[in-house]
Design a protein around this ligand. Structure first.
Ligand code: AMP
Ligand code: MG
Length: 329
């Protein structure tokens, strides 16, 4: 019996695996697909080893252990991601904040210890949340958290960086067509095999996984969504999700149930989807409209869809339960 290797460029190679705390699916067309996928897997594990807050030996854990004490030298990868995270914290006036981890730990969403913390616990932990206390030293590639017990969480941005790194590997291997899916953090790489745009479904936040509210058609773009349906627990009929408003220490509640960012780089899309979610419709739309080459699709509690001006020709509502909101330009 022969084992036939796929060399036909019409048939994609699909690999699914678990890393970075999520299910990853790589769907790659082309002769060098297998090789590119293997390189991508190695790179994704490497990024996880450096940035996981759960691995004791990671660089992020080292920074956290040294909080209030020492500067930690880190790799270019970790330095780049944390520096970007702080830049987005400034841009969003603190709606994004990579020092949110003490609060994230209290809520324990997606762990066996998920619970609603007391107001006092939240207020105490909030004292530690402040991106301005992340000391970055470009010359030495060192990072220090200025106060003891401060703690970094790159969960809101690292998957975006990882998607960009997979994209670079595919490019190096001359792949022309692929879908990089990092737990819903998608990079629609190149175009479809026939040169047409990719059609990417935007999850209906009120429905089951895989049901869409609309479709974005793009070539070579990152599409990242932050949503309240991704990670949450229920208590007394109320949903407590994983995107924290750093001003209150509680899951962000401003009417937005999902914020999707379409951008060239996924690191920007990932950080901005979290920013936009927390900032809400008015401030979120204003921020995204102020940035070149970045668009957003917001879905609100009242089943309205708000899109920014650059995406209107490439977005299609595909679910009659939704209507366009005020912010359609
Ligand atoms: P995302 O799914 O990209 O919106 O990121 C959410 C994850 O980022 C959470 O699971 C937390 O680990 C972390 N996070 C939660 N709230 C924030 C915030 N306001 N700023 C930065 N990271 C956050
Ligand atoms: Mg994010």
């Amino acid at each position: 019996m022969f084992f036939i290797r796929r060399t036909n460029s019409e048939v994609p190679i699909i690999k699914e695996f678990y890393v970075l705390g999520t299910i990853i699916q790589l769907k790659v067309y082309g002769r060098k697909a297998e090789k590119a996928i293997q390189e991508a897997i190695t790179r994704l594990y490497e990024i996880d080893d450096k940035m996981s807050a759960f691995k004791e030996y990671s660089e992020v854990s080292k920074i956290n252990k040294n909080a209030g004490k020492l500067h930690s030298r880190v790799s270019n990868d970790t330095y780049f991601v944390i520096k970007k995270a702080v830049q987005y914290s400034k841009l969003s006036d603190g709606a994004f904040d990579p020092t949110i981890r003490p609060i994230v730990n209290l809520w324990g969403v997606n762990t066996d210890n998920a619970r609603v913390p007391d107001r006092d616990e939240i207020n105490n932990a909030l004292k530690l949340v402040n991106y301005e206390q992340v000391a970055l030293d470009d010359t030495n590639s060192t990072i220090k958290l200025n106060y003891e017990n401060q703690c970094i969480d790159v969960g809101g941005i690292a998957k975006g960086y990882a998607a960009d790194e997979v994209k670079s590997i595919f490019k190096k291997n001359k792949i022309r067509s692929a879908i990089i899916d990092l737990g819903g953090n998608i990079f629609a790489y190149g175009s479809k095999q026939d040169g047409a745009k990719w059609n990417i479904g935007i999850q209906d936040p009120f429905s089951f996984c895989g049901e869409y509210s609309g479709i974005v058609s793009v070539k070579d773009k990152s599409i990242v969504t932050s949503g309240n349906y991704e990670r949450y627990f229920m208590k007394d009929g109320k949903r407590f999700h994983h995107i924290i408003d750093p001003r209150t220490g509680y899951p962000s509640e401003n009417g937005v149930v999902s914020a999707t960012i379409v951008s060239d780089y996924s690191i920007d899309g990932d950080a901005l989807s979290t920013c936009a979610y927390v900032m809400g419709i008015d401030n979120g739309v204003e921020l995204i409209e102020s940035l070149d080459g970045v668009d957003a699709i917001f879905i609100t509690e009242d089943k309205k869809i708000h899109i920014t001006s650059g995406i209107k020709d490439n977005f299609k509502l595909c679910n009659t339960e939704f209507m366009y909101g005020n912010h359609v330009n």
